[in-house]
Design a protein around this ligand. Structure first.
Ligand SMILES: NC(=O)c1ccc[n+]([C@@H]2O[C@H](COP(=O)([O-])OP(=O)(O)OC[C@H]3O[C@@H](n4cnc5c(N)ncnc54)[C@H](O)[C@@H]3O)[C@@H](O)[C@H]2O)c1
Ligand SMILES: [Zn+2]
Length: 339
């Protein structure tokens, strides 16, 4: 069967590998139908993802159909449509005992530490699968995983009814966080440097948009919140400057959710954290988000609506990576489809 494997920097090959076999009675073999490409896949391809072990079959955003089941699996049947939860954890470390398995000391992620979804069939423990209605198209179902990232960020930020939320960055994570925050009843202002992304955010429910090339974000937030500043700030850019700005954008008792991986140092002062009693909370992958997100997708409270704007056959994966590399603004979400 076909698999897409990265061997090194910009060295991606379509290879022929044996089809997986059930090994444990709790295993399921999934016939993969669609895989989304994420910024972190691009980083694996570009050789800038420090967490990946090569060679590796990429893909942590994927969906498919149950094709074989181990004899102890009870809750899945052949042909079921499933979304795969890409993370697994030991269940025993401190983070796991604090109900934060997404920060597990022994976290494993499909497509990063273990082979992922860019292959025709994959063996996954049943515990990592979630049902999704057959009525949801594959290209929408595949947004479940990135939507869970937004689900986690908004949960960490305690986004709820009538909260004022500022999202910095209207890329994939920013756009999905906007939709989840709106579904949770918040008021959202979103910023970016690209007008086209802001226009798309406006079409998708943003209450206010700010192009930081034209306007001062702090002034706009001040106006928008009538001086109160934001209850929640989600940094979906992850640059030192955007992180630094979060402390000023947040109002009293505000919550700040930085999403980025940057290890560049940032100079911040303690005073606003003390004075406004701010909470800065990390958000890594997700935990316990698949079920509510999938239900919201099934109920059409979370939709696709143009997020998936690039589709390729898996055999054209090189073209898809080139697009992501050379023209990232053209791709809100690229999805690879298996014929
Ligand atoms: N914590 C997690 O679990 C997790 C998961 C996925 C992605 N991320 C991180 O989230 C961030 C966003 O990811 P993405 O896939 O949406 O990236 P993306 O590249 O699609 O989006 C980033 C957006 O930020 C905009 N931007 C750049 N500078 C800006 C500024 N100063 N102010 C406002 N907007 C600005 C860009 O124009 C772009 O639209 C990245 O740092 C990524 O590493 C975190
Ligand atoms: Zn653990």
């Amino acid at each position: 069967m076909l698999a897409v494997r990265v061997y090194g920097k910009e060295d991606l090959r379509i290879v022929d590998v044996p089809k997986p076999k059930i090994e444990k009675s709790t295993d399921i073999i999934v016939k993969v139908k669609a895989v989304g490409i994420c910024g972190s896949d691009k980083a694996i391809y570009n050789g800038s993802n420090p967490f990946v072990e090569l060679p590796r079959v990429m893909g942590h955003e994927f969906v498919g159909e149950v094709s074989e089941i181990g004899e102890k699996v009870r809750n899945f049947a052949l042909g079921d449509h499933v979304v795969i939860e890409p993370i697994s954890y030991d269940g025993t470390c401190y983070a796991c005992r604090q109900h934060m398995p997404n920060a597990c000391a022994n976290l494993k992620v499909l497509g990063v530490h273990q082979d992922g979804g860019m292959q025709e069939y994959i063996k996954v423990p049943a515990i990592q699968l979630h049902h999704i209605s057959k009525e949801v198209p594959w290209t929408t179902a595949v947004l479940s995983e990135p939507y869970t990232i937004a689900g986690n960020a908004t949960t960490r930020g305690k986004v709820g009814l009538s909260k004022t939320v500022v999202i910095q960055g209207a890329g994939t994570i920013g756009q999905l966080s906007l939709r989840v925050a709106k579904a949770k009843g918040a008021k959202v202002l979103i910023s970016d440097v690209a007008q086209e992304k802001l226009d798309f955010a406006k079409e998708n429910g943003a209450d206010a948009i700010v192009n930081i090339k034209k306007d001062n974000l702090l002034e706009k937030v001040k106006e928008w919140t009538k001086g109160e500043m934001a209850n929640v700030v989600i940094d979906a850019v992850g640059a030192p400057a955007t992180f630094k700005d979060c402390l000023d954008i947040a109002g009293v008792a505000g919550r700040i959710v930085p999403m980025g991986f940057s290890n560049a140092p940032v100079t911040i002062t303690q005073q606003p954290i003390m004075q406004k009693q701010l909470t800065i909370c990390g958000s890594r992958h997700q935990t316990f988000q698949f079920e509510p997100i999938i239900h919201a997708i099934e109920d059409k409270k979370l939709v696709d609506d143009g997020m998936v704007n690039q589709k390729f056959n898996i055999k054209d994966v090189q073209q898809a990576m080139d697009l992501m590399d050379n023209d990232p603004d053209k791709a809100r979400k690229i999805v690879l489809l298996f014929a």
